[in-house]
Ligand binder design. Sequence first.
Ligand code: AMP
Length: 116
Amino acid sequence: MSNQDTIFHKIIRKEIPADIVFEDDEVLAFRDIQPVSPTHILVIPKKTLPSLREASDEDTALLGRLLRTCSQIAKDLGLDADGYRVVVNAGEGAGQSVFQLHLHLLAGRSFSWPPG
Ligand code: AMP
């Protein structure tokens, strides 16, 4: 196991179960195990990318694909009308605890601003 191997890599490799809602060659989306809203889905790249801080120009298309996956899942699940929030925590100081980039797709309740 490399030091960049995380629990999300095990989910990508299907070594541990996850409630997968979308998958293609580059992207995987699954339900968060400790949801903070009625809908809480994590959208991750299959390529190792510890956080948004490590993203480079070569990841531009992938980053777009991750965001587009969020909007398509939201549409498919009927979340457009009430709205949803997409969050990326980059680094421990921002609340990141798993160091494989992930977008949180949150919906099903109202959200305050600024976030805590
Ligand atoms: P973050 O704090 O931004 O790094 O978010 C990590 C998220 O991963 C948290 O919301 C956790 O609840 C979630 N999480 C951790 N382990 C799992 C798992 N095995 N399956 C699904 N979600 C997980």
